[in-house]
Design a protein around this ligand. Structure first.
Ligand code: CA
Length: 228
């Protein structure tokens, strides 16, 4: 099990790190919102524990952006009591549970384990189109059973297209989903990712069609496909 802890209180973070490491988790710790977002976006975690009061980008915004990117890992929020009120709307932004500080460590461990179990139980999230198959949670893709090794942004594009298929994904949504705190992705860059993905999908019986003026749609190609 891999756990991301985003907490800027160093003592608490280290304490949690130790507790979960000794419980057999692989633990990564980050202390700012932007780092939390980057780590959760690029790494594969079974769960993230996110403090709401993070410097740089607040925990709520981190969660909102992660969900916009299609990251489905369970998220448990840590919040100070005075942040509680409207902060609990974090549950509407895509968090799965929250704990108010100060909390008892065994309670946190129990909640983390419960969320992970629940996450695995509902984790039937494989999507298939032609010979292309993707686990929408881990974003691992295969073509005809062979792993498709994709750079992070292409993987994110494919995940969005695959989740939406056969619906069209507006180009603006791809731009938004790929842009993060330190880097705006241009529409031209999205076109480049799409065109690279198209070549990689050759022979998969899945193709990315351009819907002029709107965006892209992932479609299954019927009939014979030349070998890649
Ligand atoms: Ca904090």
């Amino acid at each position: 099990m891999r756990l991301l802890i985003a907490e800027d209180d160093e003592m608490l973070a280290d304490g949690l790190g130790e507790v979960f490491s000794s419980a057999g988790f692989a633990v990564d710790q980050v202390a700012t919102g932007p780092r939390a977002l980057a780590a959760a976006r690029d790494g594969q975690y079974d769960l993230a524990v996110v403090d709401l009061g993070l410097p740089g980008l607040d925990g709520m915004e981190v969660i909102r952006r992660l969900r916009a990117l299609g990251r489905q890992m369970p998220v448990l929020i840590l919040t100070a009591r005075d942040e509680l009120g409207d902060r609990v709307r974090g549950l509407n932004e895509g968090a799965d549970d929250y704990l108010v500080k100060p909390f008892e460590i065994p309670e946190l461990v129990a909640r983390v384990n419960a969320l992970i179990r629940r996450g695995h139980a509902r984790g039937q999230t494989r999507s298939r189109l032609g010979l292309l198959e993707m686990d929408l949670t881990t974003q691992e893709a295969t073509v005809d059973g062979r792993p498709l090794d994709l750079p992070a942004r292409e993987r994110a594009v494919l995940q969005l297209l695959m989740s939406a298929a056969p619906r069209v994904v507006p180009k603006a949504r791809l731009v938004n989903s790929l842009s993060d705190w330190d880097r705006e992705v241009s529409p031209n860059a999205v076109e480049i990712y799409v065109s690279r993905l198209r070549s990689r999908l050759a022979g998969s019986r899945a193709d990315i069609r351009t819907v002029r003026g709107i965006g892209y749609r992932l479609e299954e190609i019927e009939g014979d496909v030349p070998p890649s």
